[in-house]
Design a protein around this ligand. Structure first.
Ligand code: ADP
Length: 639
């Protein structure tokens, strides 16, 4: 029941409006979300298509690169032909391995050494050195062999002489022997290149002698020579001497990954060449590393091309556009090149499908520069933004209108209550006096006469009240057309003030009028203007319970006249000064003090003054009084 009461119009309107606004905004939001989600799905689809196209192009580019590598296996190897970086060309035949770029192998699958010296050449020297332990004779014998014409014998003799000198603790002489040994280029000492034996021997002597800076120089040269593939070594020999050099240098052995996989690929091809099953004529394989090997069998052996990890990495990087990532994986799913970011947006081309030795993955870069929204998406967002704004503005204005309506309806009910109250008190006293008169209850003539005075005053009050309400009603309905004529406003003011003075004199009020002695004319409706002035005077008296003087001042400035009504009453707070001219609005203080009123007086004043083309000004301070000033154009002034 209470709810139903609360929900009476116009509150019901408010509730209905809020409901409609909520439902419509919800529907709009949901629709917007659906459209944006659909647009996002389309965007994902478009990006996936772009990835697929990029993957197809990358696969085609890789196929071309592999075909190019394969074509190089049939071209005649030539040191002048420029190979792409990271690619080496090989030619393998029984007992022969040739590599371009030349000397680029760290180690070889089989040794290829010049013929060693006949071991019986050193028999006598070794007899002295080991059996007789006569180092002097051994040195003499080896020194004799050093003069041999055979470089192999010379190299073997120098290596042995250096060994004997070391046993004799003659480091200087040992170093000289190794120095001479290092000059013999094409000779082997017990299966190792003479120059390698010389370098290692020299380094060992320097280590034993504690000549560390010279040792470091020697070890560094050894490391460099090993990494440049100076000697034709087996893998085990290469690894042993690399570790030896690193330990002299006090560091871990380093190895060039690309060079290592190249050398391993040669080993793998060498096995293929020597395997009982003949190699396929034309094929490629992916080895550890990853290394791509392609080969072609010829009458005697294999022509091959080895592409190292660096080549594959640059192939992968150049095959995909710069805003995408390329990665390669082997059939077991191990990543070979690049990263495979954990993203759903990836285009994969399997080895079998793309005819490649690896599986290709093309994905969006993990942190792509935020791509601008599509024009469609922008348009959608803009449309929803505009519709949302229009709706918001609409709701704002409707809400404002409804709250205003609510306020007016509240003011109206206050007005009805105030009017009823205004009527009730004179009516009560009039009916009381009438009853006394009817029953002739007045004890004497004096009281009877006074009760007639009261009757006259109350009747007058009621008449003014009714007239005021009727005038207000006419103004509200817009029916009160002004009858403008040239009026002496000063005279009108004098008469109104005199009438008003007469009414309030018995309550002790005094109205002081100044500046209205000379005629000041204006185009005005006599009755309406008098009503406005009366209302202002009435308020000045009503709201000035302490100070019983009201000042009315008339003045003229060029084509304007102004009438100021001033009191020293309760005043009006700033916050209320704007709204007291609205109909039915009563000040908080006047309600609190229970000063009677209906809230239509000032609204009428403003209407009347505006209808005359004038304006009403207010200056007031709570507790100090108020001054209302009516400003009108004088007759003959600008219309
Ligand atoms: P009413 O006087 O019947 O309440 P009005 O429209 O004449 O209605 O005045 C509106 C409000 O303006 C009053 O309720 C009062 O608060 C304030 N007011 C008007 N005139 C004065 C005045 N001279 N001094 C103080 N307050 C005033």
């Amino acid at each position: 029941m209470q709810v139903r009461h609360w929900l009476r119009p116009p509150r019901l309107m408010l509730v209905v409006f809020v409901g409609v606004a909520l439902v419509s905004s919800g529907a709009l939001g949901w629709l917007g979300w659906l459209l944006l989600a659909q647009d996002a799905a389309l965007d994902v689809q478009r990006r996936q298509e772009a990835l697929d196209q990029a993957a197809d192009r990358a696969a085609a580019a890789m196929q071309r690169a592999i075909a190019d590598l394969q074509s190089r296996t049939s071209a005649e190897p030539d040191a002048t032909v420029r190979l792409p970086s990271g690619v080496s060309r090989l030619s393998l035949a029984p007992g022969v391995i040739r590599v371009w770029p030349e000397d680029s192998l760290l180690y070889y699958p089989f040794p290829a050494r010049p013929p060693a010296a006949p071991s019986e050449a050193f028999d006598r020297g070794e007899q002295y050195e080991f059996a007789d332990r006569d180092l002097y004779l051994a040195a003499r014998e080896y020194s004799r062999l050093v003069r041999s014409a055979n470089p192999a014998v010379r190299a073997g003799a120098l290596a042995r002489l250096a060994r004997v000198r070391r046993k004799q603790h003659d480091a200087g002489a040992a170093l000289v022997a190794y120095e001479q040994l290092s000059q013999i280029r094409d000779a082997d000492v017990e299966g190792l290149p003479a120059t390698l034996v010389a370098t290692v021997g020299r380094a060992s002597v320097l280590e034993a002698e504690g000549r560390l800076s010279e040792l470091r120089r020697e070890a560094d040269a050894l490391r460099l020579d090993l990494s440049r593939g100076r000697w034709r070594l087996l893998k085990t020999e290469y690894e042993f001497y690399s570790m030896q050099a690193a330990s002299w240098l006090g560091m871990k052995p380093t190895r060039d990954a690309n060079a290592t996989v190249r050398a391993d690929a040669v080993g793998w091809l060498w096995q293929k060449l020597n395997s009982p099953t003949p190699a396929a004529r034309d094929a490629f394989a992916l080895l550890e590393g990853p290394t791509l090997v392609t080969w072609r069998a010829n009458q005697t052996g294999l022509d091959a091309v080895v592409a190292e990890p660096a080549f594959l990495a640059s192939l992968c990087a150049s095959a995909a556009p710069s805003n995408l990532r390329c990665a390669l994986s082997d059939p077991e799913g191990r990543t070979l090149v690049g990263d495979r970011p954990p993203t759903r947006m990836v285009a994969t081309r399997t080895a079998a499908a793309a005819g490649l030795p690896w599986t290709l993955h093309v994905s969006a870069a993990p942190n792509p520069i935020a791509s601008p929204p599509s024009p469609r998406r922008r348009l959608l967002t803009l449309t929803f933004g505009v519709v949302g704004l229009v709706l918001l503005a609409g709701w704002y204005f409707i809400l404002r209108a409804i709250t205003r309506e609510l306020r007016v309806s509240r003011l109206q009910s206050d007005f009805v209550a105030a009017v009823s109250h205004e009527f009730r008190s004179p009516l009560t006293s009039m009916s009381h006096i009438a009853e006394m008169l009817a029953h002739d209850r007045f004890p004497n003539d004096e009281l009877r006469r006074r009760s007639f005075d009261v009757l006259v005053r109350d009747t007058d009050r009621l008449r003014r009240l009714v007239e005021g309400l009727l005038d207000f009603g006419r103004f509200e309905a817009g029916a009160a057309a002004l009858r403008l004529e040239t009026v002496d406003v000063a005279a009108l003011l004098r008469v109104t003030v005199a009438d008003f003075q007469e009414r309030v004199a018995q309550d002790g009020y005094r109205i002081e009028l100044t500046g209205a002695s000379d005629a000041i004319t204006a185009r005005a409706d006599r009755e309406a203007l008098a009503r406005a002035l009366w209302n202002l005077l009435d308020n000045a008296v009503k709201y000035s319970p302490e100070c019983r003087t009201v000042w009315v001042e008339m003045s003229r400035q060029s084509d304007q006249l102004s009438i100021g009504v001033q009191d020293h009453g309760i005043g009006i707070p700033i916050a209320e000064q704007g709204e007291i001219f609205d109909r039915f609005v009563r000040g908080g203080d006047s309600k609190a003090r229970r000063i009677s009123g209906t809230g239509i007086g000032l609204a009428m004043v403003r209407e009347i003054v505006r209808a005359h083309g004038g304006e009403i000004l207010l200056s007031s301070e709570p507790g100090r009084g108020s001054r209302f000033t009516v400003v009108l154009r004088t007759a003959g002034g600008m219309a």
